[in-house]
Design a protein around this ligand. Sequence first.
Ligand code: FAD
Length: 483
Amino acid sequence: MSNKYDVIVIGSGPAGYVAAIRAAQLGLKTACVEKWRDKDGKGVNGGTCLNVGCIPSKALLDSSHKYHEAHAAFGGHGISTGDVQIDVPSMIKRKDKIVKQMNSGISGLFKANKVDSLFGSGKLLAGKKVQVIDADGNESVYEAENVILASGSVPVNIPPAPVDGEVIVDSTGALEFQEVPERLGVIGAGVIGLELGSVWGRLGSKVVCLEALDSFLAIMDQTIAKEAKKILTKQGLDIRLSCRVTGTEVVEKGGKKEVVVTYTDQDGKDATETFDKLIVCVGRRPFTDGLLSEDCGVKLDERGSIYVNDLCSTSAPGVWAIGDVVRGPMLAHKGSEEGVMVAERIAGEKTVMNYDIIPNVIYTHPEIAAVGKTEEQLKADGEEYKVGTFPFIAIGRAVAADEGEGMVKMIAHEKTDRVLGCHIVGPNAADLVQQVAIAMEFGSTAEDIGLTVFGHPTFSEAVKEAALAVNGHAIHMPNRKKR
Ligand SMILES: Cc1cc2nc3c(=O)[nH]c(=O)nc-3n(C[C@H](O)[C@H](O)[C@H](O)COP(=O)(O)OP(=O)(O)OC[C@H]3O[C@@H](n4cnc5c(N)ncnc54)[C@H](O)[C@@H]3O)c2cc1C
C-alpha cells in the first residue's frame, strides 16, 4: 500500500465515510482512518451514528414500539395476542445484528469504491502528514494532498452525575440494558433523552426526565413543542422542567444498586428521586483528543470545535473538517452533506451547502420534525410571516391508523408566500418534513404545495392542508382566515 494519497479522512462516521466515498468516486486516491472497535475488538466503520447513535437507537425504538402496540393497541383492532412478553437480551441482540450488518455495508462500499480502510488512531501532523497507530501499537505515517478531519463528538459528562457504566450511564450505556429498569431517570429532555426515555418507557419503566431549562425543546417551534409535551406526558413520560441535578449517590438496597438523585425543582427547592438506572443525556461535545499535533496549524474555536469557514476549510491549507467536530447542529445528515461538499471542492467543483434547510427529527412516537425557521425565530428577526396549521385528526389515513394526534404547522413569508419553515408532530413526521425540505430547496410558495396533487389517503395530506391553511384555503377544516 503506497503511503501517498490525494485524500485522507480521519473518522468514518456519517461525515467521514461519505466524504471518503465521494472523493473516491471523483477519482481521488482516498484512505479513511478509523479507531472504533466493536464488542469483539474488531475495527469497524460507521462512527457514533451507526455504532451507538442513530441506527441502534432506532432499532430499539422500533422494537419497543412494536411491543407497546401489541400490548396496548392491538386490542382496539380486534387482535388478541394473549400475554405479551418482552425478552430484552433478544431485543439488544437484534440491535447488535443490525449494527453489524450496517458495519459490513460500509466496508463493502469502501471496497467497491476503492477507499483504503486504515484501522487505528489517526493524528494530523504538520505538512498534511497523518500518523496512524494500529491496535498493536504499530505506527505508520501517510501523506496527503488534502486531509479531512471527521472525528465527531462524544457525550458530555456532568460532575454531579459521574457515569459508572452500571447504574449511571450515558446514551451508549442506555442502548445496552439487559432488563427493563423499573424506575428510570433521564437527565436532559432533549432529542436523545426523549428517544431513550421513550424506548424504556414503552417497555414498562416509570420514566422521569429532569430538564434544567424552563422551556421544553427550546430550539423547536413552541406550538409544536407544547403539543409534543402534551402527547408525551399522556404516554407516561414525567417531564420536569427547570429541574437542575445537583448530586447523585449510588446506594445498595436489598442486594440491588440504585441511585439517589438530588436536584433543585421548579420552585428552587431541594428534591430527591430514586432510580434503578439513570441516563445522562445533557448533550455532546466535539471530539479532538489526540487528533492534532501542536504544529499542524488547525485551530479550535471557543467551544472546542475545529474552526472552519462556510466551506469547511480549517485554518491550515489543504485541511478540512466536517460533521459534529465543527460548528452547526450535531446531525448525521449535516455531516454527510459537508462530506460531499468538501470532496467535490477538493475535486475542483464549486459545490456549496445550504445550511438553512437541514431537517431535524426526534423519533418519539409520534415523531417530531422540523425544517427551516420557527415562528419564534421569525418574530425575533422581525420577519413578516403567515402561518397555517392542520391537525392529523382531520386526515382520514391518520384516523384509520389510530394516529390522529399532532399537527402540521407551515410558515410562509407574508408577502411572497415563500415557505420559510415547517414543523410537525405526528405520524411519519420525519418523512413528511422532508417533502417540504425539497419544496423549500426549489423556492416553493405555500400556494405551490397547496396546488400539488397529493395521494389520498395519505398522512402527507396534512402537509398540503397546512399549506392551504396558510392562505385560508384548507378544505377539511374551517379556516381562520377566509380568502
Ligand atoms: C443515541 C443517539 C441517537 C442519535 N440519533 C440521531 C438521529 O436520529 N439523527 C441524526 O441525524 N443524528 C443522530 N445522532 C447524532 C449523530 O450520531 C451524529 O451527529 C453523527 O454520528 C456525527 O457524525 P460524524 O461523522 O461527525 O461523527 P461520529 O459519528 O462521531 O464519527 C466520528 C468517528 O471518528 C472516529 N475518530 C475520532 N478520532 C479519531 C482518531 N484520532 N483517529 C481515528 N478515528 C477517530 C471515531 O471513532 C468515530 O468513529 C444520534 C446520536 C446519539 C448518541
